[in-house]
Design a protein around this ligand. Structure first.
Ligand code: GDP
Length: 300
C-alpha cells in the first residue's frame, strides 16, 4: 500500500493514483472496501457518491478476488451511471431571439473565459452573439471580455463607467439584441460583492429587469465552478442555487492535474446538467461532457 498512500497524500492526487496497487489480486473484504471508499473521497467524489459505489461493489463482488483492471472497469461503469443523467449539452431555444444565458459564479472560476468559449462555439454555428460585461465593478473583467469579443467575433456591451448599474446594462443589451435579432446573449455577472445578500440582490435584479423585456429570460443560468477548488465547488453550487435558479453547470480547469472527481460529487448531490468542461485557457478549450469518456478518464 505504499504507492496508494503516496497517491493519497498528494493534494492533487487523481483517483487513479489512489487506486494504484490497491487491488492487485486482493480479496474484496471490509478492509478493502473501506480503503476504496477512502480513495474515492480523497479523489473528491464526495461521501454520498463514494458510499453508493462501495455499496454496489459490496453487493456484486463481496468476498471475491478482484484484480486492478476489473476494479477500474467496474468503477468506471458505476461512475458513468452517476454521470449519465447530468451529461446534457446546453441547448438553445431557437424560438428565443436572443436566447439569454446568465453566467454566474465566484470570481476566478472562469466565467469570462467560459463566455468566450461558448461565444466561439456559437459563432462557429453561424450564430450572432453578444457578450454583456455585467461584472461592472471590475474594470479588468470588462476589458478581458472586450478582448475576447474581438477575438471570437462576438459583440460586447460594456458599461460606460466602472460600477455602472449591471441590471441597467443587461436591460439595454437585451433590448438592443431583440432589435437586432441577435441569437445568443451571454451575460457576465459579478462574482463577489461585499456580502452574499448584496450579490443575491444584484443577480436577482438583473433577472427581474430583463424579464420586463422577455418574461422567460434568462433562458439558461450557468454556474461556473473551478474543479481545482475541490469541495468548495460543492459549497458554491449550494450558495448560488439559493440565489438564482441555476439550470446547468460548466466545470473548468479540468486540464493539468485537477481532481475531476468533484464532477461526480456535484452530479450526485445536485443532479444539475453538466453542459461542458473547461480544459484550458484558450477559446477552443471547452469540451462537451460525456459520462462514459469522463468516467474512463478519471480512472487513468
Ligand atoms: P472569472 O473571474 O470567473 O471571470 O474568471 P476568468 O475567466 O477571468 O478566469 C480566471 C483564470 O482562470 C484565468 O487566468 C483563465 O485563463 C483561467 N481559466 C479559465 N478556465 C480555465 C480552464 O478551463 N483551464 C485552465 N487551465 N485555466 C482556466
Amino acid at each position: 500500500f505504499t504507492r496508494l498512500k503516496a497517491g493519497l497524500s498528494r493534494s492533487t492526487a487523481k483517483l487513479t493514483d489512489g487506486l494504484t496497487g490497491l487491488f492487485t489480486k486482493r480479496k474484496l473484504d471490509d478492509a478493502a472496501l473501506e480503503e476504496l471508499e477512502e480513495a474515492l473521497i480523497t479523489a473528491d467524489l464526495g461521501v454520498a457518491a463514494a458510499q453508493r459505489i462501495v455499496t454496489a461493489f459490496r453487493r456484486t463482488r463481496f468476498g471475491k478476488e478482484v484484480g486492478d483492471q476489473e476494479v477500474r472497469e467496474a468503477l468506471a461503469a458505476e461512475i458513468a451511471t452517476i454521470l449519465e443523467p447530468v451529461a446534457k449539452p446546453l441547448v438553445l431555444d431557437g424560438a428565443k431571439r436572443p436566447h439569454v444565458v446568465l453566467v454566474v459564479g465566484v470570481n476566478g472560476t472562469g466565467k469570462t473565459t467560459t463566455i468566450a468559449k461558448l461565444g466561439q462555439q456559437f459563432r462557429e454555428q453561424g450564430k450572432r452573439v453578444t457578450f454583456v460585461a455585467g461584472d461592472t465593478f471590475r474594470a479588468a473583467a470588462v476589458e478581458q471580455l472586450q478582448i475576447w469579443g474581438n477575438r471570437t467575433g462576438c459583440a460586447v456591451v460594456a458599461p460606460a463607467k466602472e460600477g455602472a448599474d449591471a441590471a441597467g446594462l443587461a436591460f439595454d443589451a437585451l433590448k438592443q439584441a431583440q432589435a437586432q435579432g441577435t441569437e445568443v446573449l451571454l451575460v457576465d455577472t459579478a462574482g463577489r460583492l461585499h456580502n452574499k445578500a448584496a450579490l443575491m440582490e444584484e443577480l436577482r435584479k438583473v433577472v427581474r429587469v430583463m424579464r420586463r423585456l422577455d418574461e422567460t429570460a434568462p433562458h439558461s443560468v450557468l454556474l461556473v465552478l473551478d474543479a481545482t477548488t475541490g469541495q468548495n465547488a460543492t459549497q458554491q453550487c449550494k450558495v448560488f442555487g439559493e440565489m438564482v435558479d441555476v439550470t446547468g453547470l460548466v466545470v473548468t480547469k479540468l486540464d493539468g492535474s485537477a481532481k475531476g472527481g468533484i464532477v461526480v460529487a456535484l452530479a450526485e448531490e445536485f443532479g444539475l446538467p453538466v453542459h461542458a468542461v473547461g480544459v484550458g485557457e484558450k477559446a477552443a478549450d471547452l469540451r462537451p461532457f460525456s459520462a462514459r469518456d469522463y468516467a474512463r478518464s478519471l480512472l487513468g
